[in-house]
Ligand binder design. Structure first.
Ligand SMILES: Cc1cc2nc3c(=O)[nH]c(=O)nc-3n(C[C@H](O)[C@H](O)[C@H](O)COP(=O)(O)OP(=O)(O)OC[C@H]3O[C@@H](n4cnc5c(N)ncnc54)[C@H](O)[C@@H]3O)c2cc1C
Ligand code: SF4
Length: 338
């Protein structure tokens, strides 16, 4: 690991002040939350910040789950396990609790924060192993070793000819399915709230730029609006082994139904795409229709239309469709307590 300076911020104002770059060298700063992704990548020499600003003390301000009159607030410093175990989250937003309990391990969930979770980086082996020279995400302009290499776990949706890495997290799909917003403070002290769906960027020609955040931006939390679909919501994750593994394919689904007819369908896919993926085409295919298995299959076909496979990961097109069908049917059949 390379040398770095570790600073501790007592509160949000101090974190933003410390994050503001004073010299060009200062610019290579990262916030340190649970450290479960950042420290891994520093040890692997993939991320090389020269300054870490420890934001653990910000849990006092941003470490709470709060039920609001018009929805739910999840602070960015909330631990994954804390949100997953919250009774209101479990009863009224089950897709969130399920996405978190099916992620990582109990130890990691006790350590990792929601803010860090949404910003975790791809598990593409070539990205994480610096002995591979060609990785446009790690070193722009060097190429992509995964294109013709081992890409079984990588993306089939939202890929470019520069990068086919997949977004590995689970919780982000739940946020997208529920139409969440994210609140961010900039180093100028101003805050802004925007659709979480717009936080992650498609790789295009610049796969190294993964989000719409500016340097030093601090995520403070996520607002999930109330809606008739939040209780009828579910996360289905398919992986090589049933615990402690990343998704090969996953689907977060939230439905408002009138009998078996879909009033509103909200769908996000994971494991399959370069970013947490909102499946608008599948939603459109279902709205106003009876949620039969045949219609679920039609929606799945719409969701995967345009998928681009690269050899080893071709199976994901079929798997992604089947995962979504299963998630839709299971969400339809959920028993909702009054
Ligand atoms: C073995 C293993 C298995 C895993 N399996 C899964 C899995 O199945 N599903 C899953 O979803 N995840 C999985 N993870 C990933 C894990 O959930 C993430 O590492 C964790 O959520 C990151 O949170 P953290 O608080 O530790 O973030 P950190 O590692 O501290 O930070 C990650 C990044 O986010 C930035 N950051 C953190 N907080 C903020 C903030 N508030 N504002 C702005 N920037 C911020 C940091 O600067 C850093 O760049 C796994 C991890 C490991 C090691
Ligand atoms: S898929 Fe993306 S992250 Fe993986 S080697 Fe190619 S450029 Fe790098």
């Amino acid at each position: 690991m390379r040398e770095f300076v570790l600073e501790r911020a007592g509160d949000t104002v101090e974190a933003l002040r410390r994050a503001a770059a004073r010299t060009p060298e200062d610019g290579n700063m990262q916030y340190l939350a649970g450290g479960t992704n950042l420290l891994d990548l520093m040890k692997l020499d993939v991320m090389r910040p020269n300054r870490l600003v420890d934001i653990a003390p910000l849990a006092v301000e941003h470490g709470r789950v709060r039920k609001l009159e018009d929805g739910l607030w999840l602070g960015a410093a909330v631990k994954m396990s804390q949100a997953a175990d919250d009774p209101d989250v479990q009863s009224d937003y089950p897709v969130i609790a399920q996405s978190l309990t099916q992620a990582a391990s109990a130890q990691l969930r006790n350590m990792a924060t929601l803010g860090g979770n949404v910003l975790q980086r791809t598990r593409c082996n070539y990205f994480r192993d610096t002995s591979w020279g060609a990785c446009n995400k790690r070193e722009p302009g060097t190429g992509c070793a995964a294109m013709d290499g081992c890409n079984r776990r990588l993306a089939v949706l939202g890929v470019s000819d520069q990068c086919i890495a997949n977004y590995p997290g689970d919780f982000a799909q739940a946020l997208i399915a529920l139409g969440a917003e994210v609140n961010v403070f900039g180093t100028d002290g101003r805050d802004r709230t925007f659709a979480f769906e717009t936080l992650h960027r498609l790789p295009g020609d610049t796969p190294h730029i993964e989000t719409t955040l500016e340097p030093g931006d601090l995520i403070t939390g996520f607002k999930i609006p109330a809606g008739p679909w939040t209780r009828r919501s579910r996360y289905v994750k398919v992986r090589d082994r049933t615990s402690y593994d990343f998704a090969l394919a996953s689907a977060a689904v939230a439905l408002a139904l009138d009998g078996d007819r879909v009033v509103s369908a909200r769908i996000a896919l994971g494991g399959l795409a370069s970013v947490p993926w909102r499946a608008h085409a599948a939603e459109d295919a279902l709205e106003g229709r009876v949620l039969s298995e045949a219609n679920a299959q039609g929606a799945a076909a719409a969701a995967l239309e345009g998928a681009v496979a690269h050899g080893d990961n071709a199976f994901k097109v079929e798997l992604g469709g089947r995962t979504l069908v299963r998630a839709l049917v299971e969400t339809r059949d959920m028993e909702i307590m009054p």
